[in-house]
Design a protein around this ligand. Structure first.
Ligand SMILES: CC(C)(COP(=O)(O)OP(=O)(O)OC[C@H]1O[C@@H](n2cnc3c(N)ncnc32)[C@H](O)[C@@H]1OP(=O)(O)O)[C@@H](O)C(=O)NCCC(=O)NCCS
Length: 147
């Protein structure tokens, strides 16, 4: 469910510079690296950060598939949630996830996200429409912050 149009090297460089310069306070990107050798295996993000309503959209990608299903996503999500609630003082984190993406839905369920509803046939992919779920986590529902 990412950017749909052709991406040029120039566009990629500009996007990278925008993330690096840190001036856009509506987004926060994190690299996911292996501790042992700093190898980049994915990224996660908070985007559309809204400081009035204190919410943001979460995104994650373990791009190197051999590192999927090993707990990396859960760890990265936990760190990002901590950052969002403790440092940015956000109130709600939401995610849009394809209903067929079982691993992602499980990941968010495990982390305490609740399903808010389904956007029926919202996303067109591979010649058909798919449902997209909206899931969210409120600060008050996040276990480690309620201790
Ligand atoms: C979705 C994604 C981020 C999950 O990260 P991950 O490192 O693979 O997942 P984890 O190993 O941390 O597993 C987290 C939870 O997902 C679930 N899970 C893991 N493997 C699973 C599988 N094969 N099938 C179903 N659920 C699975 C489990 O509930 C697991 O929790 P548990 O370990 O307590 O049982 C990762 O697979 C990914 O990058 N996928 C492609 C991009 C994507 O779909 N991004 C999400 C868009 S919203």
């Amino acid at each position: 469910m990412g950017f749909r149009f052709p991406v040029t090297d120039v566009m990629e460089d500009r996007w990278y510079d925008k993330v690096l310069d840190g001036n856009d306070k509506s987004l926060a990107y994190f690299a996911i690296e292996l501790v042992k050798n700093s190898r980049l295996i994915g990224f996660c993000s908070l985007t559309d950060i809204d400081y009035q309503s204190s919410n943001a959209q979460f995104g994650i990608m373990i791009g190197d598939t051999k590192f999927q299903g090993k707990g990396v996503g859960a760890e990265a999500l936990a760190h990002t949630v901590e950052y969002a609630f403790r440092s940015l003082n956000l109130h709600r984190i939401y995610v849009m996830v394809r209903g067929t993406n079982e691993r992602a839905v499980n990941l968010f369920n495990q982390a305490g996200f609740k399903s808010e509803g389904v956007m029926r046939e919202h996303y067109f992919v591979n010649g058909h429409y798919e449902d997209v779920m909206i899931m969210s986590l409120l600060k008050i529902d996040y276990p480690s912050l309620s201790k």
